[in-house]
Design a protein around this ligand. Structure first.
Ligand SMILES: [Zn+2]
Length: 80
């Protein structure tokens, strides 16, 4: 198995019907819609699709906001 395939993992493993065992999966951007993005999970063993995930625009913005919050220093806003 190629180690480079593991670089972009977000989900750890899903059950693959073809391999009949829980396999490490690779996330692939399948479709971009105006309000959401659909990701496909591919089995690293046989390459078949084992699951899907939808990320809505709201979830994406929330994730970006949380990332920005952890990276930036807190900004103090004067009350007067
Ligand atoms: Zn498989």
């Amino acid at each position: 198995m190629n180690q480079q395939q593991f670089e972009n993992f977000t989900a750890s493993s899903l059950y693959c019907e073809k391999c009949r065992v829980a396999m490490p999966v690779r996330e692939r951007l399948l479709l971009v819609l105006p309000d959401r993005e659909i990701f496909d999970y591919l089995c690293t063993g046989c390459g078949s699709s084992v699951g899907r995930r939808e990320v809505t625009a709201g979830e994406k913005m929330l994730a970006q906001a949380m990332t920005a919050r952890t990276r930036r220093a807190p900004v103090s806003i004067p009350l007067r």
